[in-house]
Design a protein around this ligand. Sequence first.
Ligand code: ADP
Ligand code: MG
Length: 276
Amino acid sequence: MSANVMQSASTVRAESQSGALASNASVALDVVDISKHFGGISALDHVSLSLRPGEVHGLIGPNGSGKTTMLNMLSGYYQPSAGSIRHRGEELANATVQRRARIGIARTFQKPRLLPTLSVLDNAVLGAWPHSRASFLATAFGLPSVGREEKALRAQAAEILHGIGLGHVINRRANLLDHAEQRFLEIARGLVMQPRFILLDEPAGGLTGNEIEHLADVIRTLREAGIGVLLVEHHTDFVFRICDRVTTLNVGKMIKHGTPDEVRADPEVIRVYLGA
Ligand code: ADP
Ligand code: MG
């Protein structure tokens, strides 16, 4: 993983952030007392967490506990029924996906969502859409209208792909990638956005031991670059090893928040999720 790529991304962010911050405006992504109902189902019930730059924050819990719903709410795919999502003094609870992407909230999906017939490079470049002035189609198909800005973008995307270990498949169609490659491509696409925060929905799902180690290296590099990582994951050994803090959900409620050691030792977490 190429640390300088991540550093250049975070430097751009740091420069664009300087000056405007009110003294009481948190640089974290703060989820305050969020609830989300689907009809009679309470997918999230008064949950709070704070995703800080340069921290890896685990989000764990049994299936159906509301983890993906939290990601959907942070990235703007769902709007909360109640509560607040704040960043640098801005209320984001009802902000669009576009607005959140522009302030630097990237995500991956539980089942990778790539454009199957486009190349790896084109899929990665699409991650820059919040910053790009060229049209989606011009970017995707490399039409002549794609100017110097787009060339720079493609070079940066290629650099990120090399850094994440996909340099050898940059021109391959995305549907020819194996499962792990697709997962890493999704992360690369998120990084092309130059995010402040990246939300990863079960990124280790279906990965081999070696691939999980590579994922751990990638996530550590993101942390060092100052990116806040929200890690939804069922591989609890991996979560406890890599996370700075962990939040545990059960049927929409937060049951424990703390350091990995605190969460791992919590009787309620053991009862509902980790097993005896
Ligand atoms: P997790 O990711 O922890 O497995 P989810 O966030 O996907 O859990 O789901 C939490 C609960 O919300 C589940 O009961 C699920 O069925 C429900 N849910 C999630 N999304 C929707 C939706 N779009 N419509 C209705 N119910 C949903
Ligand atoms: Mg889920």
